[in-house]
Design a protein around this ligand. Structure first.
Ligand SMILES: Nc1ncnc2c1ncn2[C@@H]1O[C@H](COP(=O)(O)OP(=O)(O)OP(=O)(O)O)[C@@H](O)[C@H]1O
Length: 268
């Protein structure tokens, strides 16, 4: 397939670098080139401090690069209203503010306006119904009236994905959605992400994780970061090799894939 026949990029980073704000000198990211196309589901992996969240913040139009260009949904950062662009990206992260006293249905509704607090006059009957449908799609139908603050970590993760989907984004960015989930919650979330990929052919997604076991079988691509630079990127089976993962995490790692899922253990 020639370049012109490929679907338009959802995200394109070209020769990107991010320098530490405090000194302006130290490198957080460097020489990053990354293209995400519709329907691709990326795993973004790297050791603590490798730059994963920073990379996700660039793709989510939350920050600008120090050097290079970032195009998100066809718009170049620096040339467009970042808030307008951000509203078209579904970003889920622990840093997000959520009203704990609101019901889960209300939290999902706030995704339609991209606000922390609900803007009630903006939510018509169709919008309210859509929030219910998304909760059902992510297996949280029965939680609609529950206070968000009373939901478990696994339930919250799925509810925040519903919230992110309210804007019908073409790009879903998940920053460590599996953080602190127990095994059943992890598996529920893996299933939910797998279903989303199957049911929304055009949706592109990036999931930041520390554990290969958390990757849904629908993962198509992987990007490995090492100390702010690309170590490997591309179709997942060519990237998540024992050699690459060993270099990425700085110790011998065995990697295996069974029934679509990945397993990793230390090779020491
Ligand atoms: N605005 C900033 N000012 C100064 N340093 C920063 C800034 N943003 C990130 N860093 C530093 O850049 C590096 C990469 O941070 P980042 O949070 O992107 O890594 P990460 O791979 O997501 O880490 P973790 O797995 O621990 O969450 C870290 O050393 C961090 O301290």
């Amino acid at each position: 397939m020639t370049e012109t026949q490929e679907p338009r990029a959802v995200v394109a980073l070209s020769d990107v670098a991010v320098h530490r704000r405090t000194t302006g000198q130290e490198i957080v990211l460097d020489e990053i080139n990354w293209t995400i196309r519709p329907g691709e589901h990326w795993a973004l992996l790297g050791a603590n401090g490798a730059g994963k969240t920073t990379l996700l913040r660039l793709a989510g139009a939350v920050m600008h690069p120090t050097i290079g260009t970032v195009d998100v949904l066809g718009d170049r950062l620096g040339r467009v209203d970042m808030r307008e662009l951000r509203a078209r990206v579904g970003l889920v992260s622990a840093a997000q503010k959520v009203p704990l006293d609101a019901t889960t249905h209300t939290v999902v509704l706030t995704g339609a306006t991209g606000t922390v607090q609900p803007l009630w006059p903006k939510y018509d009957t169709a919008t309210r119904e859509r929030a219910h449908l998304l909760l059902a799609e992510l297996g949280c139908k029965e939680l609609a009236d529950r206070r968000f603050g009373d939901c478990s970590g696994g339930q919250r993760a799925r509810i925040l994905i519903c919230r992110a989907l309210m804007a019908d984004p073409l790009l879903l960015l998940l920053d460590e959605p599996f953080n602190a989930l127990d095994l059943p919650s992890r598996e529920d979330l893996v299933d939910a992400l797998h279903r989303l990929a199957a049911e929304r052919a055009d949706l592109a997604a990036v999931t930041v994780t520390h554990h290969l076991e958390e990757l849904p079988p629908s993962t198509t691509h992987a990007y490995l970061l090492k100390e702010g630079r690309e170590l490997a990127s591309g179709p997942v089976d060519g990237v998540l090799t024992p050699d690459n993962v060993t270099v990425c995490f700085g110790r011998p790692v065995h990697v295996a894939r069974h029934d679509g899922r990945w397993y990793a253990r230390s090779g020491r």
